[in-house]
Design a protein around this ligand. Sequence first.
Ligand code: LLP
Length: 426
Amino acid sequence: MPGYFSKNTDGLKIDGVPAEEIAEEYGTPVYVYSEDRIRDNYRRLRDALKERYEKVRILFSAKSNTNLSILNILKDEGANIDTVSVGEIFLAKKAGFDPDEILFTGMNLGDDEIDHLLGSDVKINVNSLSMLDRLLEKEVPSSISFRVNLQKGAGAHRHLITAGKNSKFGILEDDIIKAYRKALDSGVKNFGIHTHIGSGILDTDHHRRATEKLMDIAGKVKEKLGIGFEFIDIGGGIGIPYEPGEEEMDLEKFSRDVLTAFKEKSAEHGLGDPYFCMEPGRYIIGDAGIILTEVNTVKKTVSRKLAGIDAGLHTFIRPAMYDAYHHMIHAEKSKGNVETEKYDIMGPLCESSDFLGKERELPEIQEGDMLAICDTGAYGFTMSSNYNSMIRPPEVLVSGDSHTAIRESEDFEDLEKKQKIAEWLG
Ligand code: LLP
C-alpha cells in the first residue's frame, strides 16, 4: 500500500486527510488523488532513468487521466505529454503544455481532425501510411515520427496488448523505410521513432526486447536513408501491482536493462544521442488515486453475501471490462473487530457485469459503511460514463492536510444538456 494511504483504528486517511471528511464534503462515490504520490511516482521514474542517461523525456499519457489539475502537476514536474485525440491536445494546452511538448499518436482521423492537428503545431506520431499521405497532401509537418508495430506485444490482459501480427496499431517493419523515405522526400526535417507494445507490464524483459528491436529498426532507417533521430520513444506500459502480494516492477532493473540496450544499440548503429522517451500513464497516476464509495445495500444470494455500493461500472469500468482486480478496503474506523467475511461487491446498474470485486475478504460490512477501491487513478474517470443515466462523480485532490474539488460532480442537467427533442415531436 503506497505511503500516502494509511489506515489505523481511526479509519482511512489520504495523506493528512480522513476519508470520512472527504466523503462528508463531496459525497460518494468520489475519486480522490494524492498530489504527493503523483509527484513521487514521476520523480522516482525520472531519477532512475536520468541516473543512466541525461537526455530523457517522460511524456505523461493523458488517456490515463486528463484532469487539468493532474496535468498541471505533471507539467510542473517537467513532463511532456502523450495524446491520442484532438480533445486531449485541447486539454493538454489548457493545462499549459507547449505544442512542442505534446506528441500526438491518434489514428483513424477525419479530415477535420487532420486540419486541427496540423493547426495545433504539435509533434505528430504517424500510425499508418495512409495517415502519412493524408497529412502530406495538406501540409509538410516539421517533425514526424512513426509508430512501429514490432509484432510482439505484451500486457496484463489481451485487450491491453498493442502490438502483434494483426494489431491495429502502428506500421509494420516492412513498410517503415518506405514511410521515412516519403516523409524525407517531402521535406520533413526532424524525426523520431516510436512504439508502444502494451500495458500493465511488470516483467522488464518485454521493454528491454522492444527497445532493442526498435533501435535495430532505427539503425536500419539511418543506414538506408541517413536520417538522424531527435528522439526514440518506447511508449508506456509499466505495470503496477494491483493485488496484494504482487511484486512491483523492479525499477532499477528496468532502467538498467532498457537504457543499457538503448545506449549499446545507439553506439552500434551510430544513432548519436537522441532523447530517450517514455509514455507512462498507469505508473504515474494509477496508485495515486482511490474511489470512496458507500455501501447502501447488503443482501444474500443462494451462496453469496453481496454488498451493494454507489459506484458501478459507469464510475469505474476496469473490473467489468478487463476482469481487473482492484483491492478494496473498509474505510471506517475499526471497531477492534478483525473478523472477516467474503463479499461480492456490486454496483447499482442493471447489468450483470456490474461488479467491482468478487469474493473479497472484508470486515463485516453494514449499510452506510464506506469502502475504498484502490489504484483507480489511471483509466478511472477517463473511462467513466453516464450509462443508466448515472451522473459522473467529482474528483478531489489532496495535498498534505488540504483538499479541494478538481472536478465538480455532474448533476441531472448534465444528462440532458446536449439533447434536443425533435421539433416534429412537438
Ligand atoms: N502510449 C501509448 C501510445 C499508449 O497507447 C498507451 C496506452 C500509453 C502510452 C500508456 O500506457 P500505460 O503506461 O498507462 O500502460 N484502458 C486500459 C489501458 C489502455 C492503454 C492503451 N494505451 C486499462 O484500463 O488498463
